[in-house]
Design a protein around this ligand. Structure first.
Ligand SMILES: NC(=O)c1ccc[n+]([C@@H]2O[C@H](COP(=O)([O-])OP(=O)(O)OC[C@H]3O[C@@H](n4cnc5c(N)ncnc54)[C@H](O)[C@@H]3O)[C@@H](O)[C@H]2O)c1
Length: 357
């Protein structure tokens, strides 16, 4: 088992990472002194796979567990679903001390986290993420939210969990495509902060893809540590946290123009390469580094070429994105693998040239 400490003063917490950890949840909840009537929020897919393991671990320590189910899917990240959960929490007499456990991927984590942040002005939250994306990214850092119609994460809060338990064994049941897509965020973490971690991914792609236990633990541990270190320095997303958006300027535009037919991980993969090409054209990044990045992205099973979309449409989408500042686009650019910076000095014409190939 590995442990990352998110040091956020009195809001600090541990992130536990390892195979089979769901079965130790009861112990840890007791250790941090949470009340004995936790509520698990999950969906039927995850409940079927891991609900018993979590419930048994809690019951063994004398906890009296309630399970609230929401349907699977991003559309559940809504005020409507949150409203239903508030009513169910009231029906089961939840109190200020009642911990909410979010068992699932980023959708459950964001939704249950939002409910925990707002019900009775905040009840303790424990994240038990079961997707690679949730273990390396969304369960850490305290961003919780629901969508407003098509507008992603419009209504939310910063609300740190009391504990994160990442059981890497749960990743083995993920659909292959989910796993591959989330590798984009893992690669992103390495590029922004940690060249040794990048080398680890580069040299262990086969083990990662076949989900070797030690390799899984290492990628979740290194990514979680990077996210925690960034959040510690910029909890409220006022500066440094921007570097977590490496690949997202072009990536979001691709998602939008493709009407979300290009998946998030695929779009971010292409977006990271676009940012790296921009950096290379600006003379900031050596071409060898670009080649390595492309190799790892391809090796992980992610795309390296722009999808067949209208370049002008992508430029327009970038322009409409919030990352535009006085006619210049905000980009996170790599100077080297493991070292990125935020700039507003990228012209749209350079972006267009890079997108056109
Ligand atoms: N809060 C943040 O900082 C942050 C960061 C990044 C993304 N997000 C959010 O995360 C969400 C995406 O999360 P996601 O990619 O985890 O998607 P998801 O939560 O929809 O999970 C993907 C699918 O996998 C299933 N699943 C979950 N665990 C499983 C397992 N172990 N085995 C088999 N199937 C399993 C889910 O039921 C779902 O069908 C988006 O809403 C996004 O906005 C939040």
């Amino acid at each position: 088992m590995r442990r990352v400490k998110a040091s956020l003063g009195d809001k600090g917490y541990n992130i536990m990472i390892g195979s089979g950890l769901l079965r130790q949840t009861g112990n840890w909840l007791k250790e941090i002194g949470l009340s004995d009537k936790p509520v698990i929020i999950t969906n039927p897919v995850v409940q079927e796979l891991y609900g018993n393991a979590l419930e048994e671990s809690l019951s063994a320590e004398g906890f009296k567990v309630t399970v609230l189910l929401v349907a699977d899917g991003e559309e559940q990240k809504s005020l409507e679903t949150a409203g239903r959960l508030y009513a169910e929490l009231t029906s089961c007499y939840a109190e200020r001390t009642t911990p909410i456990l979010a068992l699932g991927g980023g959708v459950i984590g964001d939704l249950a986290g939002f409910v925990a942040a707002t019900y009775l002005r905040g009840v303790p939250l424990v994240q038990t993420p079961t997707t690679l994306l949730a273990q390396v990214d969304s369960s850490i850092g305290g961003k919780v939210a629901v969508n407003q119609g098509q507008l992603k994460n419009k209504i939310g809060a910063f609300y740190q969990p009391r504990l994160v338990i990442s059981d890497t064994a749960t990743l083995k049941t993920l659909p292959a495509k989910e796993f591959t897509n989330s590798m984009a965020e893992v690669i992103k973490s390495a590029v922004i902060r940690d060249k040794d971690f990048f080398t680890f991914i580069e040299t262990n792609l086969d083990k990662i893809k076949t989900q070797d236990n030690a390799a899984l633990e290492e990628i979740v541990f290194c990514s979680a540590r990077i996210k925690a270190r960034v959040v510690e320095q910029d909890e409220m997303d006022l500066g440094l946290r921007n570097i977590l958006n490496f690949g997202h300027t072009v990536g979001h535009a691709i998602e939008t123009v493709s009407d979300f037919n290009v998946e998030h991980g695929e779009a971010i993969a292409v977006g990271m390469l676009a940012a790296a090409r921009i950096a290379q054209r600006l003379g900031l990044l050596e071409s060898g580094e670009l080649t390595r990045l492309k190799g790892v992205i391809a090796g992980a099973g992610l795309p390296t070429e722009m999808p067949n979309l209208d370049t002008e449409g992508i430029i327009q989408a970038i322009k409409h994105d919030k990352k535009i500042v006085a006619g210049k686009v905000r980009f996170v650019l790599p100077k080297a693998i493991g070292n990125v910076f935020v700039t507003e000095e990228v012209s749209l014409s350079l972006v267009e040239q890079v997108l056109a190939g």
